[in-house]
Unconditional design. Sequence first.
Length: 490
Amino acid sequence: MSPEPTGKTALEGPVRVRFAPSPTGFLHVGGARTAIYNDLLRQSLGGTFVLRIEDTDRERSNQAMIEQICQGLEWIGVEWDEGPLLQSDGVERHREAARRLVEAGQAYYCFRTPEELDEARQAAEKRGVIFRYREVFEPPSPAEAERRRAAGEPCAVRFRMPEEDIRIVDLVRGEVAFPAESLDDFIILRSDGSPTYHLSVVCDDIEMAATHVVRGEDHLSNTPKHVGLFRALGAPVPTFGHLPLILGSDRKRLSKRTGATSVEEFRDQGLLPQALYNALALLGWSPGDDLEVMPREEMIARFTVERLNAAAAVFDRDKLAWINGQYMSGLPLEELLPHLEPFLEEVGLGGLEGASRERLAVVADLLRTRAHTLRELAAFAVAYFKERVAYDPEECAKFLGQDDLPAQLERLAARFGALEAFEVEGLERELRALAEEVGVKAGVLIHPTRMALTGSKAGPSLFDVVAVMGREATLRHLTNFAAFLRSAGT
Ligand code: GLU
């Protein structure tokens, strides 16, 4: 006999874990987080991660959704060792298990019609008690069941739930007890011969020899049923871990109301996969210090299930954006650039080659600490590749009143143009020297120069901007801006 469960347990590998999404939509961040904890378990303890697609609900599943889920996992950096296995491939095996359970007397044929069940349910409701099948209905004797089946009467197969308390030691919640009186017999094979989720999931977990079942808290109430089935099928019961819900900022279950909910949406908004992995992993797990940026490798090294939190976690979008900013600034540039590519394409900077490509890398490096998303970074970068900058007269109002400014900008262009090396130091020296010559503060030239070059009031240090913009574009923009000020000012 195994000892009575007492609390959370330390784990040893190697493990066989699984992520078992139903392909009924995009990969939700809740699902992604479940996959991430399975990934951390498998990576930290060694073993095997199986991806199993629970596609038995055929009406709601399709191939495109399966591919989407795989792509979502790949993108976020969760690797699987086996799969994707399709649950639907095991239907015959699941049916066979149901037959074995009937033969062993651990399941029985159920001929009750939906109407009968409804009636019994309503009667229980009237009496103010919870409907429990096994308190109301007697299972038919095997002989009667055989006779009625032979006569072609439709029937389901119902599992005979043992009348005893079920206890588990959950990795996240510690000991959880399900009293016998809260349990009931349940359908494992529908009258059309299709296995229910409970039967399929247990058969597949047995087939793949899952050692740990880490999944969302919404499955906790299914777990005693699954434990009953594992035992009846003579298989070891895996260790369960039920992850708490993810809440939105409204403290309700995360939904569209508070923004994006699928991994794909975050990708399309310009989040880095490393940042989303990081943010989701730290939503319900922390290694015990306040670190908020922790790359996957470090998480793997420090991961312990003891520090999984049972309380529901609020998904903090601002923190995600901040974490994303940290990764945007901190990743090696050559790792960042491929993620930026789709967003460059959107703004017409896709597929640059040669010198333009090199320039793009310098621009991205200059701007990346100021952008919160890849999309924003691409939008900032566009300014550095424009033939002409568009100026908004309202934004430029303050420069329009300065009559000497166009001429000063032209003089600045000439001085910049005469520089041998077009570099930060020399550029700064020239601008400050000109400011002194004409008797204005450096800022009087710095602000319009930034506007001239980028069409914007804000950005990185001006001299970095000028250096990255390059000689030819800088002179062009300064000259054009001077002309714009003259024509708009008159
Ligand atoms: N297919 C279930 C879901 O997507 C998961 C079942 C499980 O992990 O046991 O919620």
